[in-house]
Design a protein around this ligand. Structure first.
Ligand code: DD3
Length: 286
């Protein structure tokens, strides 16, 4: 089965329905395959080095080729989720999407009860915060339990080129689920993330703050507050207007009104098969 958009493609390996692991989870896996951006300094090698070139067609000054790069220049980034839950399988299959406009009442009556009823596992976030996983990948940490965070490269980035730079700041505090929970009380935390995150990325990767897109997702894919840092020139998945909220704007909104995110309607897209969409439909809000 195939799903995905852009250069990202996922491949789901489904086992026969009767087969389950001892834990009761299925034995399905999600394998995400991505062709990574070209590394500029290697493009010449691609054209020179033992590369097989097959002419496809030639017309006047124009010609096209099939170019077969050597293995070291044809890496495919591979991410595996195994064993994958039904939620993982759904997420990576092609689906229709619908736009929702969620008022604060909708959030309290529909979205929040839904989040609380789901057992979204964020063990991987706690593993990073507790240095039980990816400890060697941490780029920066502010250890303050209230206003601190850990900055790590996101799974989506393999760190071999800066074109698709992608890092996430995971906050130490475990009580903030999403943008909806934020008030002026969280301004010191948000300002730390904005300032220290930019500084750390400039120091470590040489990318200036003015070339970073720093934002939160609503809805997020996991309910532990985190901030995305992506290269401005990279059309990162989830950077569209219906999902991304620039951190600098979030800070300004909270300065203007501490309860801004407990008042405003927020727009987001939901896939046709998502349970939350069903909840909005049942409430007559779609
Ligand atoms: C996830 C959202 C979550 C599939 C995939 C990713 N960055 C992560 C575990 C460790 C990580 C991430 C869920 C899960 Cl591909 C299902 O993301 C992670 N570590 N985004 C890092 N550094």
């Amino acid at each position: 089965m195939l799903g995905g958009t852009g250069g990202r493609r996922s491949f789901l390996q489904r086992h026969s329905p009767g087969v389950t692991s001892p834990s009761g989870e299925g034995t399905d896996a999600v394998v995400i395959l991505e062709k990574t951006p070209f590394q500029e300094e290697k493009v010449l090698d691609l054209l020179k080095k033992h590369t097989k070139l097959e002419l496809q067609m030639h017309n006047d000054i124009y010609s096209t080729y099939h170019l077969y790069p050597p293995p070291e220049l044809s890496e495919i980034k591979t991410t595996v989720v195994y064993p994958a839950t039904e939620k993982h399988l759904q997420k990576y299959l092609r689906q229709e999407v619908h736009l929702i406009r969620e008022t604060w009442e909708d959030y309290k009556n529909i979205t929040l009860p839904f989040i609380q009823s789901q057992s979204f596992s964020i063990q991987w976030v706690y593993n990073i915060l507790e240095k039980k996983a990816e400890a060697d990948r941490i780029i920066h940490e502010n250890p303050d339990p209230c206003n601190g965070f850990v900055l790590v490269p996101d799974f989506k980035w393999n760190q071999t080129q800066l074109d698709d730079l992608y890092l996430i700041a995971l906050i130490h505090c475990r009580e903030i689920k999403s943008l909806r929970d934020l008030t002026a009380e969280h301004l010191p935390l948000l300002r730390n993330i904005l300032q220290e995150g930019k500084e750390a990325i400039t120091k470590c990767f040489g990318v200036p703050g003015s070339q970073l897109r720093i934002y939160l997702h609503y809805q997020p894919s996991y309910y532990h507050l985190h901030v995305h840092f992506t290269a401005l020139g990279y059309d990162a998945p989830g950077s569209s207007v219906e999902r991304a909220h620039l951190l600098a704007d979030v800070i300004d909104n909270l300065v203007l009104d501490s309860a801004y995110y407990q008042k405003r309607a927020l727009t987001f897209a939901l896939r046709a098969d998502e349970l939350l969409l069903k909840k909005f439909q049942e409430a007559g809000r779609v």
